[in-house]
Design a protein around this ligand. Sequence first.
Ligand code: NDP
Length: 311
Amino acid sequence: MTAEKIRCLIIGSGPAGYTAAIYASRANLSPVLYEGIQPGGQLTTTTDIENFPGYPNGISGTEMMEELKQQALKFGTDVRRGIATAADLSKSPYKIIIDGKTEIETETLIIATGATAKYLGLPDETRYAGQGVSACATCDGFFYRKKTVAVVGGGDTACEEAIYLAGLASKVYLIVRKDHLRASQIMQDRVINHPKIEILFKHNTIGLSGENGVEEAHLVKNAGEPGEENVDIAIDGFFLAIGHKPNSDVFKDYLELDEHGYIKVQPGTPKTNIPGVFAAGDVADPVYRQAITSAGSGCMAAIESEKYLNC
Ligand code: NDP
């Protein structure tokens, strides 16, 4: 296999990847960006983004990502479809294999691979995949107009998905394992006050059933406590919104990761333990995980790449 030799490779096409691409292009690093598992990143599966500075009326995730892509293309980024399937970061230039067949040799690498939705780990989630189980309300909500659905989780994503689904479905259960929501206050208020959303606090899902796709979720209320009881709810769709796993597996033999798989960076920088290899966005951020912070770290990664190349 003959390797293509480049100066700056960016993997991932969320706000971190595209911001890195905009800065790296403008710095004449001729970056190549591979879009990764989910072109446009997680924001393409969200509804309106209301908290990105500069959009007082909000903007849809898909629209924002398309605009970021166009901005990166305008400055000359080579945007390609493809997923990093293997890496050799043992020495510079670093080798990355795309889709198991294309080898890229790069002087700097910006990893902006983001994170992927988590599932509960129930066999029924696999059994009913595509038949009522989903981790993306904006992708699949359309199929549940005037139906009853459940969303699992108590964070901002779960609240956002519940509100989105409540705009389509006739009823939404929000299944929360604790006695409180983790989401921001504004999202909590919206969910609590929504007439179509019923929150089931201290409920855990143990299974799903149905002849033709999901028809029931089997829950346990107050598990392991006095008053523990089984609760079954009739539903047509079951949506997971319980957080994400960082997409760092390909690099785990070379980069320092934390116990959840997030790439460790030097505090306040996108620098990993390998010179010239930077991590930006959700793959390295277990704390903030916002579009704006991802974009900021993508910018920092591009600036650090430029500095590294000019040393
Ligand atoms: P979070 O990690 O914030 O929340 C995950 C939720 O899922 C928690 O309520 C957690 O429960 C629950 N959970 C985790 N595992 C299980 C399980 N096995 N069974 C049942 N429940 C489970 O993830 P989010 O995706 O909601 O948010 C990630 C980040 O993105 C956050 O910082 C959030 O603020 C941000 N975000 C911002 C948005 C916006 O501003 N518009 C929109 C969406 C996300 P527990 O609380 O018990 O741990």
